[in-house]
Design a protein around this ligand. Structure first.
Ligand SMILES: O=C(O)CCC(=O)C(=O)O
Ligand SMILES: [Fe+2]
Length: 340
C-alpha cells in the first residue's frame, strides 16, 4: 500500500464531570473542538469501563454465533441488522473487511433481534447500554444547542428515541484477525475513509485494539482524505471518541466540521495490531419528521427522512462512480449503505 503520511495531533479531551455546574465551560470546549478538529475524547461521561466492557462481551457473544444464525437477522433498508463484508465505501470501492450488527430502539428492529433462547439477555443488555449512550449524547446536544443559539431541548427533541420516528443506531463492529504473513492488497481497509451522516457519533474502542485514524478539518481535504496527513487515535480505557457527523455540520451551517476517519488494515509487523478488533459506534440520527435547518438558513430545510435519503443517494452515486472506475473488481459484491 502507498505509505500514509502521519501527523501527531492532540485530540481535545473533554470531561463531563459536574455537568450541571460546569455546563458553560463544557459548552465552550465542545464548540471549540467541533469548529476545529471535529473530533474529541469524552471522559467522566457517566458510563463506567465495566459497563462498556460488559457490552463488548455481549458483542463478542453475538459475533461468535455461526453466520447461519446471524444471517436470520440480515441488514435491512431501515438501517438495522447484520452484514458481513458487504459495506462498500465510495472511498475504496471495496467492501470493508468486517461484520457489523446495527440495532435501533423501536419498530425498525422488527425481525432484527435474535430470539431470547439464541442469545439470552442480549437484547435487554443492548437496550440498556443504548439508553446510557443516549443520555451522554443528550448532554452534548444540549451544549451544541446553546452554542448555536437554539433553545436547550431543541436537538434532544429532534432525536427522541422514545418516538416511533427514531432512527438512532448502535452499531457493533467486528474486524477479523489479519494474517501478518500475507501482504495487504492495495485499497484494503478494515473500514475505508468516510464521514458519518449523523449528528454526532460516540465510538467505544477496546484498549490494545488499535487501527482508528482520523483526518481532521474539512476545507483542505483532498477527496476522502487520500494523500492528506492522518492521525492515529489509540483506544484508551473508558474514553469515548466522538466525531461530528454531516447532519450537525449542515445543521450548524458548516460551522462544525464532520471529519474523515477510517480503520487501517494492519500491514506493518511490529507496529500495527493484527488481532481482531471490536468497536461500537452510537450514531445519533434525527427522527424522520425532525426539521433540519441551521440558524443562518444556509441550506434549505429538510426532514430527517429526506436528509438520510439524500446522504444515501450521495453515497450510492459516489460508489457508482468508483465502481465504474474500477470496472470488474467489484462484480457481484453486495452493497450495504448505512449510517456512515
Ligand atoms: O471501528 C471504528 O473504530 C470506526 C467505525 C466507524 O467509523 C463507523 O462504523 O462509522
Ligand atoms: Fe464512522
Amino acid at each position: 500500500m502507498a505509505p500514509t503520511k502521519y501527523t501527531n495531533r492532540t485530540i481535545p479531551k473533554i470531561s463531563l464531570l459536574d455537568f450541571g455546574t460546569r455546563i458553560s465551560e463544557i459548552t465552550a470546549q465542545l464548540i471549540q473542538a467541533a469548529e476545529t478538529d471535529g473530533f474529541f475524547g469524552l471522559v467522566d461521561h457517566g458510563i463506567s469501563s465495566k459497563e462498556i466492557e460488559h457490552m463488548f462481551e455481549n458483542s463478542s457473544r453475538f459475533f461468535s454465533l455461526p453466520d447461519s444464525t446471524k444471517s436470520t437477522v440480515p441488514f435491512s433498508h431501515l438501517n438495522a441488522g447484520w452484514e458481513k463484508n458487504a459495506q462498500v465505501r465510495p472511498s475504496t470501492g471495496m467492501p470493508d473487511r468486517k461484520e457489523s450488527y446495527q440495532m435501533q430502539f423501536g419498530s425498525n428492529m422488527a425481525g432484527c433481534w435474535l430470539p431470547e433462547s439464541t442469545l439470552p439477555g442480549f437484547k435487554d443488555a443492548a437496550l440498556e447500554f443504548m439508553k446510557k449512550a443516549q443520555s451522554v449524547s443528550e448532554k452534548l446536544m444540549l451544549c451544541f444547542a446553546r452554542g448555536l443559539g437554539f433553545e436547550d431541548e431543541y436537538f434532544i427533541k429532534a432525536h427522541d428515541v422514545s418516538r416511533a420516528e427514531s432512527q438512532t443506531v448502535l452499531r457493533l463492529l467486528h474486524y477479523f484477525e489479519v494474517d501478518s504473513t500475507v501482504p495487504v492488497p492495495e485499497g484494503y481497509y478494515r473500514a475505508g475513509a468516510h464521514v458519518d451522516w449523523d449528528f454526532v457519533t460516540l465510538l467505544f474502542q477496546r484498549p490494545g485494539q488499535s487501527g482508528l485514524e482520523i483526518c481532521p478539518g474539512r476545507e483542505a481535504s483532498t477527496s476522502f482524505g487520500i494523500g492528506d496527513s492522518w492521525t492515529r487515535v489509540e483506544p484508551k480505557e473508558g474514553e469515548i471518541v466522538c466525531n461530528i457527523g454531516d447532519l450537525l455540520m449542515s445543521w450548524s451551517d458548516d460551522r462544525f466540521k464532520s471529519t474523515f476517519h477510517r480503520v487501517k488494515t494492519p500491514s506493518v509487523v511490529g507496529e500495527d495490531y493484527f488481532g481482531p478488533r471490536y468497536s461500537m459506534a452510537y450514531f445519533n440520527q434525527p427522527c424522520t419528521d425532525a426539521v433540519i435547518q441551521g440558524p443562518l438558513k444556509k441550506y434549505e430545510a429538510v426532514t430527517g427522512r429526506e436528509f438520510t435519503q439524500k446522504a444515501m443517494n450521495r453515497n450510492f452515486a459516489a460508489l457508482k462512480a468508483k465502481k465504474e472506475a474500477l470496472e470488474g473488481v467489484m462484480d457481484g459484491a453486495a452493497v450495504a449503505v448505512s449510517s456512515s
